[in-house]
Every structure is written in structure tokens, then in C-alpha cells.
Design a protein around this ligand. Structure first.
Ligand code: AMP
Ligand code: MG
Length: 352
């Protein structure tokens, strides 16, 4: 009788132990327990942060930064012998400059967006960017004559690309290219391709606010990406978006600017006026599958303004946008409504 009781007791105890092990294994693991590597570096004029989950994360961090350095060496305006430097300094043979496939592809896409936006997005914006010097110690408000003269050197239609041998020619004197609005998007996609090609299923790529997430977090939950409060000196996130396998790219007038007599002069220039774009928008975030297009789009929508910007976004499959207007009204496309949390009550949902 006694031994029968013992057997039943042992049986119940075993079941309890098995149940505990089973329940614990089903609990979420701490993210710190997954093999991973995080690193940051200052490249492409911005802070780049990578977090990769996987056994080979350390190698892949190095490979990713190497690739980013290669892209910077091709597209930087200031690194001597970069493609863009050689084009801008007019170091040509018979007028043509031979460039890397990277730069060629970015220029093709930039010209495509210049056409779509009827020249509001323009990779030949260089002379105006230099004239204003926003973000540099030489930033200043140019005189009207200077602006008029400089505008006359900005027009993407004077960029001639030759795809037979990846060469380019600028058709007017003293033109200058600037890929600041699109190069980081291209670079983010390149890192995504490297990591996915190596079987990575979870990673966070942040190129100075140009974010790409691969998969969800390693525990299977979504990533929470903050949308920066566009008011100066606030810094924090005014909203967050839950995503997996998406890019979130923001263009904001708070990124680089100077203030004079209460007026903000920021870094996104409208080539039709020669002045920082005044479209009633503080920031535009694009949420989609590819950073290359998202980067070009965020800048384009910022300049186009709400109405024309939404018209463009709505024509595109799988592209969502969150626009914050001057009066802190938020406009977002339908696909975002369920994934976004507005954290700051100063902002309100606006019709248009
Ligand atoms: P983003 O932060 O992607 O919106 O890009 C802003 C950067 O793009 C600026 O700092 C300039 O280098 C460049 N840029 C400024 N205005 C324009 C424009 N109208 N079209 C294309 N690029 C521009
Ligand atoms: Mg952009």
C-alpha cells in the first residue's frame, strides 16, 4: 500500500517537473541571450548603428561596415577621387567621367525621382546646397542675386548618363551633384541584401535615422521604431511604429538648420525657389520595403507638400507615410493606423 502511494507521488512529481520545464521553455527568452553583435561608426556624415542577431554576427558587422565605406568612397562630395568629387571637379576625359556601378545606379534612381517630382527632387542641387552651407560653419542667408545666379546651374536635365560604360557628363559649367537625399537609402538596402544573403533573420540597421529592420526581434516580436519629435530641442520620440521587415526613413527640417531672426533655414532646398522648402511640413516618414525608394520619397514628399506628396504616395504599392505638419497635425496613410502609437498629446490626427 505504502509503495503504491510512493509510485503515485513519484508520478505526479515527474509530471510537475515536466510541466515546469515545458512552460519555461515556452517563455520569451531575454534578447540578451541570443547570439548578437552591436556596433556603431561615423560614416556617410552620420552615425551608423548596426545590431545583428546570429552566430556569424561579428563577421557580418565588419563586412557591412566595409561595404558602407565603399559606398561612401564612391559617393562622398568631399573625399578626393570619389565619383561625385571627380564629376563635380570636372575631372573628365572628353567630357565624360567613368564612375562605379553603385554611383551610376543611385544617379539613375535620382533622375527618375527628379522626373516624377518635376524637378523638385534634384540630384544637381549641389550649387544651392553649397551656397547656403547649412550644417557647416559658413551657413548664411544668401543675397537674392546669388540665389538667382545659382539656380541657373541646377537642373537634372543637364545630366547625361551613358549606361554602355557607366559614364556621365554634365552639360553646363559649374554644375554639382549631391546625393545626400538618396545615398543612405541605397546603402541601407545593400546592407540588408548582405545580411539576408547570409541567412540573418533578425537585424536593426540605422543609418542616421534611415532605419531598416530585418524580420522581427529574435524573440519573434515586432520592432518598435520611434518617430522623432520634429520640434527643435525636444529630441524624444513623439510616436512609435511596430514593424517587421520594413524600412522607416524620415526627412525633417530639424536635422540640419540654422535660425536667424526667428526663421528656420533648413537643409532641404526647393530648386524652384532656391530657398529651404516651405511646404508646411516639419517631417515626413516613409514606411515601406525598400530604403532606396523610401529615401528619395521622404525628401520628395517634404518638398512637394501634403497634397501632391500624398498623391504620389497613393500611386505606389506598399508604401505608407506619416507626415507631421507645422501645426503638429499628423497625416498618415491607411496602412499605418493599426501599427502606430502616438505618445505625445501635443500632436493631433489631422484630415489634411
Ligand atoms: P534627406 O535627409 O534624405 O531628406 O536629404 C537631405 C539632403 O539632400 C540635404 O542635406 C542635401 O544634401 C540634399 N538635398 C537638399 N535639397 C534637395 C533636393 N531638392 N533634391 C535632392 N536632394 C536635396
Ligand atoms: Mg531622403
Amino acid at each position: 500500500m505504502k509503495s503504491k502511494k510512493m509510485i503515485i507521488f513519484a508520478f505526479i512529481a515527474t509530471i510537475i517537473v515536466i510541466a515546469i520545464v515545458f512552460i519555461r521553455s515556452g517563455q520569451k527568452r531575454d534578447l540578451k541571450d541570443f547570439p548578437q553583435k552591436t556596433a556603431s561608426n561615423y560614416l556617410m556624415n552620420t552615425l551608423i548603428q548596426l545590431r545583428i542577431y546570429g552566430e556569424n554576427a561579428e563577421d557580418l558587422i565588419n563586412i557591412s561596415f566595409e561595404r558602407l565605406r565603399e559606398i561612401e568612397n564612391n559617393m562622398s562630395k568631399t573625399i578626393e577621387n570619389s565619383d561625385i568629387y571627380r564629376i563635380n571637379e570636372n575631372q573628365s576625359e572628353n567630357g565624360f567621367v567613368h564612375i562605379s556601378t553603385d554611383t551610376f545606379r543611385v544617379l539613375e534612381k535620382a533622375i527618375e525621382y527628379a522626373q516624377i517630382t518635376e524637378g523638385r527632387f534634384d540630384p544637381s542641387i549641389g550649387p544651392l546646397v553649397e551656397l547656403w552651407g547649412i550644417g557647416t560653419k559658413d551657413a548664411r542667408i544668401p543675397r537674392a542675386e546669388e540665389i538667382n545666379e545659382t539656380i541657373s546651374r541646377v537642373n537634372y536635365k543637364w545630366i547625361e548618363l551613358n549606361s554602355n560604360d557607366n559614364s556621365i557628363r554634365l552639360l553646363k559649367d559649374q554644375m554639382k551633384l549631391d546625393l545626400g537625399a538618396i545615398a543612405k537609402g541605397y546603402a541601407a538596402d545593400e546592407v540588408r541584401d548582405i545580411l539576408e544573403g547570409e541567412g540573418i533573420e533578425s537585424a536593426y540597421i540605422n543609418l542616421g535615422g534611415n532605419v531598416f529592420v530585418i524580420g522581427g526581434k529574435p524573440d519573434g516580436t515586432s520592432w518598435n521604431i520611434g518617430i522623432q519629435d520634429p520640434r527643435r530641442n525636444r529630441g524624444g520620440a513623439m510616436a512609435s511604429i511596430e514593424v517587421k521587415d520594413k524600412t522607416i526613413v524620415t526627412s525633417g527640417n530639424y536635422e540640419r538648420y540654422f535660425e536667424k531672426n526667428g526663421v528656420i533655414y533648413h537643409h532641404i532646398i526647393d530648386p524652384t525657389t532656391g530657398y529651404p522648402a516651405e511646404s508646411g511640413i516639419l517631417s515626413v516618414s516613409i514606411i515601406s520595403d525598400d530604403s532606396f525608394d523610401a529615401d528619395a520619397l521622404s525628401t520628395s514628399v517634404f518638398i512637394l507638400g501634403v497634397e501632391k506628396g500624398l498623391e504620389l504616395i497613393n500611386k505606389l504599392e506598399g508604401v505608407e507615410a506619416l507626415i507631421i505638419k507645422d501645426d503638429l497635425g499628423i497625416i498618415m496613410t491607411d496602412g499605418l493606423q493599426n501599427n502606430i502609437i502616438i505618445r505625445d498629446k501635443d500632436f493631433y490626427l489631422s484630415g489634411k
